[in-house]
Design a protein around this ligand. Structure first.
Ligand SMILES: [Zn+2]
Length: 233
């Protein structure tokens, strides 16, 4: 293998490592935001569960009060009923008592429904609370991991870049400039194997002249299609 190709392959390896690390670094703010979003979501769920419980409790209190008022009315009606001497008034008051008792029964049914609902609401609040606690517990570790990742990746990228500065010293300026252009254009490679007369970078067939040049290994050869430096395998 041509010494220049060997050097370029080492540089390419460092560049690919830098690229992978940089992509991960770029994702860190998004990962951090998603941790915060999960926390906010869990807090909202818990808050709304608590509000539901309060609403339910208020409804029960209101029904309780309504029921008591109607029961007081029934007591008063009963007193009037036993005091009256008139048969028609006695009957009318009796009908009123029945009417009020029906209302009390209806309110009791409603109250039972709300009380049954409160068990489910309490369970939902407990689940929401547990979820929030677990998110908070994990959050510290996740944030720490992201901070460590950021610092490690930044340091490693700096090391790789320093190493790269030394590596490119052995390569002609025009060659490294060409390498950089091709790497940038292709996105992740600029030195590719020649595989059965095809460029390993773009998979196009290269011309015979390029194939011979690559196999002879006397000078650098490039794919006419994508510009990749070629080496024979
Ligand atoms: Zn190519």
């Amino acid at each position: 293998m041509l010494p220049q190709i060997e050097s370029l392959l080492v540089i390419q390896d460092r560049d690919q490592q830098i690229q992978t690390l940089q992509n991960e670094l770029d994702r860190i703010p998004r990962d951090a935001a998603s941790i915060k979003e999960r926390l906010a979501e869990a807090q909202t769920t818990l808050k709304s569960a608590k509000e539901q419980i309060q609403k339910n409790e208020l409804a029960v209190k209101k029904i309780d009060l309504d029921r008591k008022t109607r029961k007081d009315t029934i007591d008063k009606l009963n007193v009037q009923r036993f005091e009256t001497k008139k048969n028609d008034e006695y009957a009318a008051l009796g009908a009123e008592v029945v009417r009020y008792q029906d209302m009390v029964d209806e309110l009791e049914t409603q109250e039972l429904e709300y009380m049954e609902k409160s068990d489910g609401l309490a369970a939902a609040m407990e689940t929401a609370n547990e979820k929030l606690i677990s998110i908070k517990a994990r959050m510290a570790d996740e944030v720490r991991a992201l901070t460590e990742k950021k610092s490690n990746h930044t340091n490693r990228i700096a090391e790789l870049k320093e190493e790269r500065v030394l590596l490119v010293k052995d390569i002609e300026d025009s060659t490294i400039a060409m390498y950089d252009r091709v790497f940038a254009k292709k996105g992740n490679a600029a030195v590719c194997p020649l595989q059965e007369n095809q460029c390993g970078g773009c998979h196009m067939k290269v011309i015979t002249d390029t194939v011979s040049k690559t196999i002879q290994e006397k000078e650098l050869s490039q794919c006419e299609n994508c510009g990749c430096f070629l080496y024979s395998v």
